[in-house]
Write a protein that binds this ligand. Sequence first.
Ligand SMILES: [Zn+2]
Length: 405
Amino acid sequence: MTVDPSTLADRVDGDEVVSLVQDLVRIESPYFEEDEIVDFVFEWFDDAGLDPERHPVVESAYTGYEGANVLAPVEGSDPDAPTLLLNAHVDTVELVDEWEEDPLSGRVADGKLYGQGACDMKAGLAAAMVATRELAAPDVDLAGDVLFTAVVDEEGPYGLGTDQLIRDGITDECDAAVVTEPGPVLAQSDVENPALLLGARGRFLYDIEVRGEAAHGSQPRKGTNAVAAAGVLADALAEMETADHPDLGSGSVCPLGIEGGGETLSVPEHCRLSVDRHVVPGETETVVREQAEAVVADLDLDAEVSIGFREGPEGARYGPYVTDRDHPLVGALADGARATTGRDPEFGYFASVGDFNYLGDRAGLPTVIVGPDGANIHGAGEYVDTDEVVEVTELLVDGLARYLQ
Ligand SMILES: [Zn+2]
């Protein structure tokens, strides 16, 4: 390294980072409609003199989706040194109706930058983009590689952008991952930045079929009511015992919906019950299926129940993961936090699931989430703290230079 890594953070221009977040927020990009923001990110890297690439994302069986991720590689000098995957999603949820101002304004007031997706995660995307460019500067001679990936469809049902990275073997070339999702606001315990989130629970979605027997609605005893049985089952599943994990907490169960019936005067013969199941390590698909089957057996319902899971592209499963605190990436980012903020980082775990589960569990990469704080994620009035976007950018540049030097 020709440049002392501890000086790299000084090169981050805070105003530029914040104005990049504004540019990104002003491009509407709900999942499945990311073409414009993908072009923007591609051209930004092209203008910066890097060598970006559009990486096609295609899923024909369930969604008919066709789009592209943007990859921007930064090659190091030592083929034996690690390759770091830096991952951020470009999409947001659909614009929420309740905004009292333009949800795409990027307005900054009192240190807060407002907009749909400002915190989740255009701020993290901007931080990762600027950090990548700084690490690619001609006088920065890293030993390891950075692979920046701006991915599509994280907020959609299957995380297709990162799924495609895995299916195409791109993650096989990587040794560890950093995802710049919002940090503290989505941590499952109270932490403050600088915070490193070292894992996340996983998630299954039960798709349970309940079959009863139709009869005239005036004579309910002559039939078997599938909807009533599904209600009883939903209650029992919500009370089910789940496993505990020292870092990730407990599994959880949340019945989400019952679909079926609805005839004006018939005992419903069929319905589907969908149930969210967040899991901790050890709660595999087999375990979770058997748990539900045991609940069904105990209830001894008249209706017939078959336990299944939501269908989706092969492999698109959100498994839990925990990254070892002793991993060199964690140490480098912790040193980066101390160097750039003067504070020790706090450690936490993410409350829900996302692309980081694909990276941490499916791809088996030690994965750290570090991102700026904010509020009202996925809701009206979403904002990110501008100071934190700059702070996270500096932490990334410094910490990743240490990891890859
Ligand atoms: Zn997100």
